[in-house]
Ligand binder design. Structure first.
Ligand code: NAD
Length: 732
């Protein structure tokens, strides 16, 4: 048999082994060619009477991360082209056929009459796990790196290769829906407990165990193809079914606000599919899948959260001429809230850390944070005591700047005060190597200004983390006026080493992410002062797609911080630079009522001990007029939240702060949770069209003021029918 992506051999017992090992790639993916070859393998196994059954394994560290998303993306493109050329009917047929191919190949394997077993090690996700699910038996390696799962929902898709139907027939419906909605990567023992796999074994034994299952007479009939098969939760139309489906709908609405068509398609596929025999059920799933492939949400999420994010992670913005830097030792100055987190993620990535604060005790306190984080993991069975010991051994603490002398990179996270920072910069530069890079984690102070305190501004860069550092995946790298390529490259190499996603932005007050977040918070404050009921502000923000309402978010970041930033901006730029009514609101809350946010259990919300937070009734004091919720236009309120952020993002492009739309989009989702289904703050504009966006913004400007004014770059774009993603490759 002539195969490129698999090796195929049969042993003396008549058991075939198909080893998936795509040439020239580090990871197996499902491509058109792989589908063809899988089908050939099934045909060969069936045709040869000497072959009893077949094991599918991988020749790489991982089984496979699933379908090639660019292939799926191109199906959507082909649809649009065919629709123009041959009409919608023909285009739909082609899309349905193309997108169902995988499902049909898997079903062919499942019903071919000979037993197939999957031997899985490493990642086995998406379409690859659907392949495993179509096999009659699944043996999974018990090592640390092995994970199975169906993460399609995270890029606006859903499992269209039979995944929804097989999972829903393997476990209780509620559990199946949760698994499909969450898209989590599941560890081997958990997968076994859920009934997703049959056997967990040491890595070296998985193929033999899978073969032994075939040799022992493993059945070639899937459970759902056995006559009188009953799904674990019974029939949909039954008293038990009625306990499941109404709450499932409610949970779907609560979690998605109907913003994610793929989640709805999962619900519908499982609901309809469970009432049908398998072949028809798969057909239903395929119909929904073809529909989802055509949605804006899938296109937007695949582009931003898969393609662009992958490119940025691989160093799309790294200066090409600078050789790879080897960062062995990182200094962190300031062991407070942020510094402690930075020290942890750095040590966790295997680098040596020198954590410096004003006193040895303060530095030790920062290190204790790493101890707490790893201990939590140990308690959850995710790390071993030895891991904690090794990680802590990599963090040296000190109150003596001289200990920074061997560092390749030093990151300062001291108080947000230009004088303190200037002093720290001078003290650090006095001891570090000539070639070392200095980075500031400032959140508000322009890098160009801070670099004035540096004797080597070309080696000075901003590395802006988000809090909590260990959870937030975005890091903004800020290029000051004098920052050189080597500093940018080093910062990017560092961010890559700690496995976070970088965006590179030019210097500006608030950089990129904080500018947009500030606009979001301001909009919430404005609504409050207008008399919109506080609960409605929060709910509408979530309905718009934001993960947390503006009042909650403000409580998290602290009200006094916002006030401090507003005052600093006013002092430097004049009264025009801040919204005076917002400043008064924050002043009254912070100084009049001692409400600082979650940190003192008093902010826009009250945080009673042992009870859920609730909106502070005293907010009514700030609402001389209270608007009737029924009189409010929810669509307009939703628009206000997203449009005000998208406008700010567009301004950052106009001002040259953001130079690549991928960074604004990825940064907006990872940095502040901008409605992910839109594909990010600029994709939100691109997918609706700049012209339509400008119309909406102008309407808002007329009713709500100049903060909705459209910047010139966007007006020009609307005029010429352009997009932020200008090149065909970017727009794909
Ligand atoms: P923090 O007050 O928790 O910590 C500051 C630490 O710096 C303290 O431990 C302090 O003792 C130490 N320090 C002060 N002067 C020092 C000196 N001369 N030498 C050594 N150590 C010194 O503050 P934080 O919230 O961790 O913020 C630190 C920096 O990170 C600030 O620039 C802030 O703007 C930025 N930042 C904060 C956040 C956030 O959410 N808190 C997010 C991004 C960036």
């Amino acid at each position: 048999m002539n195969l490129t992506n698999f090796r195929f051999e049969t042993d003396a017992d008549g058991i075939a082994l198909a080893t998936w090992d795509m040439p020239g790639r580090s990871m197996n993916v499902i491509s058109m060619e792989v589908m063809d070859e899988l089908e050939k393998i099934v045909d060969a196994v069936v045709a040869d009477p000497a072959i009893k059954g077949c094991v599918i394994a991988s020749g790489k560290d991982n089984f496979s991360a699933g379908a090639d998303l660019t292939m799926l993306q191109s199906l959507g493109g082909t649809f649009e082209r065919m629709k123009r050329e041959s009409g919608e009917e023909a285009a739909m047929q082609a899309l349905f056929g193309g997108s169902r191919r995988l499902s049909l190949v898997f079903r062919k394997l499942e019903t071919c009459g000979k037993p197939f077993a999957a031997a899985v090690t490493g990642l086995c996700l998406g379409g690859a796990f659907e392949l495993a699910l179509a096999c009659h038996h699944r043996v999974v390696s018990d090592d640390e790196k092995t994970r199975v799962g169906l993460p399609e929902i995270k890029v606006g898709l859903f499992p269209g290769g039979g995944g929804t139907q097989r999972v829903a027939r393997l476990m209780q419906t509620g559990d199946a829906l949760q698994m499909l909605f969450k898209g989590e990567q599941i560890r081997p023992a958990m997968a076994k407990g859920m009934g997703l796999v049959h056997d967990v074994a040491p890595k070296a034994e998985i193929v033999e165990r899978a073969k032994a299952w075939i040799k022992g007479g493993g059945s070639a009939v899937a459970p759902w193809d056995v006559p009188k098969f009953k799904a674990p939760s019974g029939k949909v139309y039954s008293p038990a079914g009625m306990m499941i489906w109404p709450p499932a709908n409610a949970i779907y609405r609560r979690e998605t606000h109907d913003n994610y068509p793929a989640a709805k398609a999962i619900l519908a596929s499982v609901y309809e599919g469970l009432q049908l025999p398998m072949d028809l059920a798969l057909r239903v799933e395929s119909r929904y899948f073809a529909n989802i492939l055509r949605t804006t949400e899938a296109a937007a999420m695949i582009r931003t959260l898969f393609i662009s994010m992958g490119e940025l992670n691989k160093g799309a913005r790294r200066p090409k001429d600078v050789p790879q830097t080897a960062i062995r030792k990182v200094g962190v100055v300031g062991a407070g809230f942020m510094g402690a987190g930075v020290a942890y993620v750095t040590a966790n990535a295997g680098m040596e850390v020198v954590l410096v604060d004003q006193s040895a005790e303060a530095a030790e306190k920062g290190k204790a944070y790493a101890h707490t984080l790893v201990t939590n993991q140990i308690n959850r069975g995710r790390a071993k005591t030895a891991d904690r010991d090794a990680l802590l051994a990599r963090i040296a603490t000190s109150a003596d700047y001289a200990d920074l002398k061997d560092c390749d990179l030093v990151i300062e996270a001291v108080f947000e005060d230009p004088k303190v920072k200037a002093e720290v910069i001078a003290r650090v530069e006095a001891v570090i190597r000539e070639d070392a890079i200095f980075a500031s984690n400032t959140s508000t102070l322009p890098i160009t200004g801070l670099a004035k305190a540096s004797a080597r501004p070309e080696q000075f860069v901003g590395i802006h983390f988000f809090s909590p550092v260990e959870k937030m995946m975005l890091v903004e790298i800020i290029k000051g006026g004098a920052t050189g390529d080597r500093a940018i490259a080093t910062a990017l190499d560092y961010v890559r080493a700690i496995r976070k996603t970088p965006i590179v932005v030019n210097d500006s007050r608030g950089f990129f992410a904080n500018r947009c977040v500030t606009a979001y918070l301001l909009e919430g404050h404005k609504m409050l002062l207008e008399g919109v009921p506080p609960a409605m502000i929060e709910n509408v923000a979530r309905m718009a797609g934001m993960p947390v309402g503006p009042l909650s978010l403000n409580d998290e970041v602290a009200l006094d911080l916002g006030l401090k930033i507003a005052r600093a901006a006013e002092a430097q730029l004049g009264p025009e630079a801040v919204d005076q009514r917002q400043k008064k609101l924050l002043t009254d809350l912070v100084e009049g009522h001692g409400r600082l946010g979650r940190k003192n259990r008093k902010g826009f919300y009250d945080y009673p001990e042992g009870a859920p937070k609730r909106l502070w009734p005293g907010l009514s004091e700030f609402q001389p007029e209270r608007l009737d919720p029924d009189s409010l236009d929810v669509t307009e309120l939703k628009h206000r939240f997203l449009v005000v952020q998208a406008l700010e993002a567009a301004r950052t492009v106009g001002e040259g702060v953001v130079t690549d739309p991928r960074e604004a989009d990825v940064g907006s989702i990872l940095g502040f949770g901008f409605a992910p289904f839109t594909g990010g703050a600029l994709s939100y504009i691109d997918f609706m069209g700049a012209k339509r966006f400008v119309e909406i913004a102008r309407g808002l400007e007329a009713r709500h003021g100049a903060r909705f004014a459209v910047p010139q770059n966007l007006l020009d774009m609307a005029e010429r029918g352009g997009r932020f993603y200008d090149t065909p490759a970017q727009a794909a």
